[in-house]
Ligand binder design. Structure first.
Ligand code: NAP
Length: 244
């Protein structure tokens, strides 16, 4: 049996378990299974690795994408540069960390840019925000991170005034605001300043259109949700686990 799974806490609504379980069924991979492994603390990680026979691959979600790094035997240079790991490959008990959120976000963003390099605002400063920042830096796009405190971002939320929104044609939500079950929440922005020149991306994938995206769409902005990123990062994890 080849085993795969997801570490994080809490894991009540795991997309990954459903997605991989269906994939194994569709592809007739009977000796494969994907389980949620809820860890109360990241210090439980070494025990999970040593005690789970047949474990080949893990995904990592909130709140362990950063804190898992010191527990790994090796980390891919890109994941190290991002500062967050969302995929772990286990070979003969040796663990290596990767980041496939980068690929997922890049493939969501590129088709929307039309070769342009618009100034960007990244809402939130957690693990996903780090992957977004890595991609923007790599593409030479100037951006500022919005955090709840000055230590966490370049800007705090109260500074998002109409002028700043008007001169930031690319806005990315990397917070969980609007995510199921809190579908009535949304990032506090002066939405009236959004217009047809804006590209607005939400990393949230459930619901498919958050209030953030709806408000942006009604102002004429081009919008994209996190569904494509979600599928792309999962496929990329699968590729890593099957690499020779
Ligand atoms: P995370 O590491 O917990 O970071 C969340 C960020 O959002 C933090 O900066 C946090 O601020 C901020 N935040 C949380 N609640 C907030 C609120 N009420 N007001 C303002 N800021 C708030 O989570 P993550 O892994 O980066 O994930 C963020 C979102 O992206 C989630 O919805 C996740 O589902 C989504 N995501 C999607 C994909 C995909 O493939 N589509 C991949 C990764 C993540 P503090 O630090 O101050 O708490």
């Amino acid at each position: 049996m080849k085993r795969f799974g997801l570490i994080g806490k809490p894991l009540s609504h795991s997309f990954s378990q459903k997605w991989f379980t269906e994939k194994f069924q569709h592809e007739g991979l009977k000796a494969h299974r994907y389980d949620p492994f809820e860890l109360d603390a990241i210090e439980e990680f070494p025990q999970l690795i040593s005690s789970t026979k047949g474990l080949v691959g893990l995904n990592v979600t909130v709140p362990y994408k950063q804190t898992v790094i010191p527990f790994l035997d090796a980390v891919d240079p890109m994941a190290l540069a991002v500062g967050a790991v969302n995929t772990i490959h286990i070979v003969n008990g040796r663990t290596t960390g990767y980041n496939t959120d980068v690929l997922g976000f890049r493939s969501t963003l590129l088709p929307l840019l039309n070769g342009k390099k618009p100034r960007a605002l990244v809402l939130g400063s957690g693990g996903a925000s780090r992957a977004v920042a890595f991609v923007l830096r790599d593409l030479g796009i100037k951006f500022r991170v919005v955090g709840r405190t000055r230590e966490k971002g370049d800007l705090t939320w109260d500074l998002l005034d109409p002028i700043l929104i008007a001169v930031s044609p690319l806005i990315i939500n990397a917070t969980p605001l609007g995510m199921f079950p809190d579908v009535d929440t949304f990032p506090p922005l002066p939405y009236a300043s959004l217009g047809e020149k804006h590209v607005v991306i939400d990393l949230v994938y459930n619901p498919e259109e958050t209030l953030f995206l709806k408000k942006a769409r009604l102002q004429g902005a081009i919008t994209a949700n996190g569904v494509h990123m979600l599928h792309t990062q999962a496929e990329a994890s699968w590729g890593i686990w099957n690499a020779k």
